[in-house]
Write a protein that binds this ligand. Structure first.
Ligand SMILES: CC(=O)N[C@H](C=O)[C@@H](O)[C@H](O)[C@H](O)COP(=O)(O)O
Length: 227
């Protein structure tokens, strides 16, 4: 397993994201979430959009991974889809740029260009992949971190309810950059399991920062008893 000098140790990166249709969108909600996460020992923050990147950079001193989710015409790619978003992330001051490195719509070649641009701007890149092959491509393109973020969210990756530990294991055994386990990590035990599978870092989002999804899990569990 390979570590990055950017982070002080292996450990937890908390994803603080609230899209426009989510109750915590806007204002200083995500900056406060980030502060709480760092207070508890998070070693990094991942966040979406210029507003939250800026406000979180001001609020905490750990590295911030920035992305911009944007829907563009005729495309399924939504995490930092074009050069415009890369530029906005750099401008907003994120320490690391996260972007989609999946094998759809000729994305791989485009991703290689976006990675090269981010590097010229002095920013390391976290490649969000959905398969082992995409992870290898990301490493070839010079990505500095490989995240399992998109496993389960492309048409051809496995639809698991649990995290894709197998992908974490396979990539960690093969690539020479740090692997970040991300996606559907709902418990501390699952986060620890991801490290045991070889991840250098673990990103947890919804289970910590999306109260409406956390609440829904409780409500559903109770309904299984009451209905
Ligand atoms: C697929 C996609 O859009 N993932 C996004 C990527 O930034 C976020 O919506 C997730 O919250 C993040 O990946 C963390 O995952 P989880 O919330 O499952 O811990």
């Amino acid at each position: 397993m390979v570590l990055s000098e950017l982070f002080q140790s292996r450990g937890l990166i908390v994803s603080c994201q609230a899209l426009e249709d989510e109750p915590l969108h806007g204002g200083d909600a995500m900056a406060k979430m980030a502060k709480a996460a760092v207070m508890a020992g998070a070693i990094g923050i991942r966040t979406n959009g210029v507003h939250d990147i800026r406000s979180i950079k001001q609020a905490v001193s750990v590295p911030v991974i920035g992305l911009i989710k944007r829907v563009i015409p005729d495309s399924d790619v939504f995490i930092t889809p074009t050069l415009d978003e890369v530029k906005e992330i750099v401008e907003a001051g994120a320490d690391i740029v996260a972007l989609d490195v999946t094998d759809r719509e000729g994305r791989l070649e485009h991703a290689a260009e976006l990675i090269a641009y981010a590097h010229r701007a002095g920013r390391p890149v976290m490649a969000d992949v959905s398969t082992y092959e995409e992870g290898l491509a990301a490493e070839r393109f010079g990505a500095d971190f490989i995240g399992t973020t998109l496993s389960g969210y492309t048409a051809y990756s496995p639809r698991l309810e649990s995290p894709d530990f197998e992908l974490v294991r396979q990539l960690s055994a093969r690539v020479n950059v740090p692997v970040i386990a991300e996606g559907r990590i709902w418990t501390p035990e699952a986060a620890a399991q991801a490290l045991e599978a070889g991840a250098a870092y673990v990103v947890v989002g919804s289970a910590i920062t999306r109260p409406q999804l956390i609440t829904a899990r409780y409500v559903q569990a109770l309904r299984r008893v009451t209905e």
